[in-house]
Design a protein around this ligand. Structure first.
Ligand SMILES: [Mg+2]
Length: 334
């Protein structure tokens, strides 16, 4: 983290200068001058709340650009709201900045927040900033809304459902390798594409709400496709089969796997994709096709839900339908 530039002003000055402008879309936030924000309850809607924390050295590199740290923090949270079918509305930020964090760094961080507040039409309605002797630690709470009782859960999958993912899978995990300089054999534009997908994921905020009434179970892919589908299986009391050949890869990911076949395991089990993973009744294929056209987001059927097996988990099969044994917590390549 940069320590150049003027030292930060006191907490109140910091809030007034950097964060209060981000509350403009929500009158009840009172320009961040009060102890709390006031949100009118909206009849007919459920409020959907989620929170994700990020720690320097764990979830991002301490010298990553502050704008991108801020935007990824926003986006991973909006991805969770999208997966529940919710439209994002409000954010609350708890930030523990290392002592000596410079104003330049803080301004860049706030600028990243501003860009995404604008892009996604949300407001920062409160939070807390403190100094810490430890690493930069950020926690964001995101609030959204969905028609009462219609929010999407992990628990609705039933045997016979088809399993879909949005976009492409594996770019996040490959992007981390790209950022670390570990995909040196790949063309520079592919490396840049993957790194961009890791640093600035695209939450599916239009697709998610459009899945309400269509998807039976839904979540976002943050911990890896196989593990996350396992979460749906566990709470739904079912098992699932993924057809490896169907899993959609971007051109850049395809190039990486062509270079090194062992990276296919990372594609299936790595994290940070922030795509939506959902199940629909087998008869919903037409609705899914028209939704993909309407939203401009690729939706790919990658497998099916089956009755719970003893393993109650996810199996991956190859092109011949042969089950590929999955080592605990990971995946063995072909
Ligand atoms: Mg999630």
């Amino acid at each position: 983290m940069s320590t150049t530039g003027a030292q930060a002003p006191d907490e109140f000055g910091l809030i007034a200068e950097l964060f209060a402008p981000l509350s403009a879309g929500c009158p009840g936030a009172l320009n961040l001058t009060d102890d709390a924000a006031f949100l009118a309850a909206e009849p007919g809607f459920d409020t959907v709340a989620t929170m994700d924390a990020m720690v320097a050295g764990v979830h991002f590199l301490p010298d990553d650009p502050p704008e991108l740290i801020a935007r990824k923090l926003v986006r991973v949270n909006l991805s969770d709201l999208a997966a529940k079918g919710a439209v994002p509305r409000h954010l609350m930020l708890a930030a523990a900045f290392p002592k000596g964090t410079g104003m330049d760094w803080l301004r860049a961080f706030a600028e990243g927040l501003r860009q995404d507040v604008e892009e996604f039409g949300v407001s920062l309605i409160g939070g807390d900033t403190v100094a810490t002797p430890g690493p930069l630690t950020l926690s964001l709470t995101a609030l959204g809304r969905v028609e009462a009782g219609r929010g999407l859960r992990r628990s609705g999958a039933v045997p016979g459902d088809h399993v879909y993912v949005s976009g492409s899978i594996g770019d996040g995990a490959l992007g981390l390798l790209a950022v670390q300089g570990r995909l040196a054999g790949l063309p520079p534009d592919a490396v840049a594409t993957l790194a961009g997908r890791y640093r600035l994921p695209q939450p599916r905020i239009v697709l998610g709400p459009a899945l309400v009434g269509l998807a039976r179970a839904s979540m976002d892919v943050s911990d890896g496709l196989v593990q996350d589908l396992g979460h749906i299986c566990r709470v739904s009391g079912v098992s699932a089969v993924i057809e490896a050949e169907r899993v959609p890869l971007s051109d850049a990911a395809r190039a990486a796997v062509a270079m090194d076949q062992s990276l296919l395991a990372l594609v299936l089990t790595g994290g940070d994709d922030y795509e939506l993973l959902f199940t629909v009744p087998a008869g919903a294929a037409r609705g899914i096709e028209s939704l993909a056209r309407r939203t401009g987001v690729a939706l790919t059927r990658i497998g099916r839900i089956e009755a719970a097996t003893q393993a109650a988990g996810v199996s991956v099969v190859d092109a011949d339908g042969v089950v590929v044994p999955l080592p605990r917590g990971g995946w063995r390549h072909f």
